[in-house]
Design a binder for this molecule. Structure first.
Ligand code: NAD
Length: 249
């Protein structure tokens, strides 16, 4: 178990990709802080990790609130004494409307939850990693929509593109302290985020993936855990798609 004795923090870990990441960090031996706004889902993930012989704690935090992001890091340190790896994963689909019709509130909200949140989380995570003398790894959850457009999601697409710039900047700032920071770009993954989508729309989405299916959360988690691990010791400031060929078309 290559992550024994290490501490991982995952936001939005009550569901979907975040849950898969939390489970896999635990499987690799890390102690995991499972964070979400959905208390029940978060607690369920903690219970599943414990049932599988792992070590996890739930900490509630709304990543749209900087004070709660700061508190989340403090509670991680209170629970396990340190922080080694963070996956800033929490995010929402947000309003769907073409740009001219996109509401001002909808824009502010999706930018706050999908972009500002990652800045807030990284700010306090980095302070903790620096306090420990450097080292550690951060993975930010972007999307294929961090590289290409998707009509009716201007706020989501803008936030996911912006995450790449934020990731690269922090990566060059803290490379000298051996803190590695990368982002990953899943294509459409079969999670509760896509549950509301009608089935004809789902078929259309499947058709956009040369592999001929949607992705699984576990397939994204494998990349996140690799990027977090010492195996990725020369990898920083990068964006990795995990997309069934979506961006290659
Ligand atoms: P999901 O809806 O299954 O899970 C997201 C989790 O985040 C939920 O448990 C939710 O309660 C939590 N959350 C929402 N708002 C929060 C907040 N303000 N503070 C803390 N937690 C909050 O979604 P998912 O598909 O697993 O998506 C996870 C991440 O992956 C998101 O950033 C999403 O944009 C990204 N992503 C998803 C897909 C996909 O197709 N599912 C594709 C590319 C990228």
């Amino acid at each position: 178990k290559d992550m024994q004795g290490k501490v991982a923090l995952v936001t939005g870990a009550g569901s979907g990709i975040g849950k898969a990441c939390a489970m896999l960090y635990a499987q690799h031996g890390a102690s995991v802080v499972v964070s979400d706004i959905a208390d029940e889902h978060g607690q369920q993930v903690v219970d599943e990790i414990a049932a599988a012989g792992g070590n996890a704690t739930f900490v509630r935090a709304d990543v749209g609130d900087p004070a709660q992001c700061e508190q989340l890091v403090a509670e991680t340190v209170a629970a396990y004494g340190r922080l080694d790896m963070a996956c800033n994963n929490a995010g929402i689909g947000g309003e769907q409307n073409p740009t001219a019709d996109y509401s001002l509130d909808g824009w502010q909200h999706v930018i706050n939850i999908n972009l500002n949140s990652v800045f807030y989380c990284m700010k306090y995570q980095l302070q903790q990693l620096l306090k420990q003398g450097g080292g550690g790894a951060i993975v930010n959850m972007s999307s294929i929509l961090g590289q290409v457009a998707f009509a009716t999601s201007p706020g989501y697409v803008a936030a996911k593109h912006a995450l790449l710039g934020l990731t690269k900047t922090a990566a060059v700032e803290y490379a000298p302290q051996s803190i590695r920071i990368n982002s990953v770009g899943p294509a459409f993954i079969d999670t509760p985020l896509l549950a509301q989508i009608p089935s004809d729309m789902k078929q259309m989405l499947i058709g956009l993936h040369p592999i001929g299916r949607l992705g699984r959360a576990e397939e994204v988690a494998e990349l996140v855990i690799w990027l977090s691990s010492d195996k990725a010791s020369f990898v920083t400031g990068a964006y990795y798609p995990v997309d069934g060929g979506y961006l290659a078309r």
